[in-house]
Design a protein around this ligand. Structure first.
Ligand SMILES: [Zn+2]
Length: 202
């Protein structure tokens, strides 16, 4: 903290508010000598009166500590940093969901194929064959349904025609023809039908 800079800043703000050192001191219940000490950078305002001082000078605590007014630019910069952090967070979460989808998709498909293979070649009794095919199909259907839900929930789809980024209905995700994660759907914004790409953030 630059005590002298803060001091000069306090003096400037005090004058802007048309307060003398004595009047400011009186409002804060301290001596005008104390105010003079801040303004020459020899001491800092006591924590117990900082908020009240800021109110009187029409500044905020951040500005008091930096010794200058923070413009809208700096606030915007801070807001943008927060937005970027939120985007990164969203991207991480959606990536995890999609990796989970891939793992579940592979496990279900492989189990299904193994069970069908066993039913066709490895077991002799009809009862076992039927049981394996039924079990394999249930695992496959439940697994794929779960994968579709994960894919729907993670991120958005982007329309190549108008650039709209949106969340489609579960129904259109289920019934859309697809190549890997690109799904042929009707864009809710421009109404054109095309392969829409999966995107992780807006
Ligand atoms: Zn579109």
């Amino acid at each position: 903290m630059d005590q002298e800079k803060i001091g000069r800043f306090i003096a400037t703000c005090r004058k802007e508010q048309r307060l003398t050192q004595a009047v400011l001191a009186e409002k804060l219940g301290i001596t005008d000598r104390a105010v003079s000490k801040w303004e020459t950078g020899r001491s800092l305002p006591d924590a117990s009166i900082m908020l009240e001082l800021c109110n009187l000078l029409k500044i905020n605590i951040n500005e008091l500590f930096t010794g200058e007014r923070l413009g809208m630019d700096q606030y915007k910069e801070m807001a943008e940093q927060h937005l970027m952090e939120m985007r990164r967070q969203e991207e991480r979460t959606n990536k995890k969901l999609l990796s989970l989808e891939t793992v579940i998709g592979y496990i279900c498909s492989i189990s299904f194929l193994l069970m069908i293979f066993a039913a066709s070649f490895a077991v002799a009794s009809t009862w076992w064959r039927v049981a394996l095919i039924v079990a394999g199909s249930i695992i496959f259907i439940v697994g794929i349904a779960y994968c579709l839900k994960l894919e729907h929930d993670a991120g958005y789809y982007e329309c190549p025609e108008c650039g709209a980024i949106y969340i489609p209905s579960m129904k259109s995700v289920i019934f859309a023809p697809h190549i890997w994660r690109n799904r042929k759907m009707t864009c809710p914004h421009c109404g054109k039908r095309a392969y829409h790409k999966k995107v992780l953030t807006k």
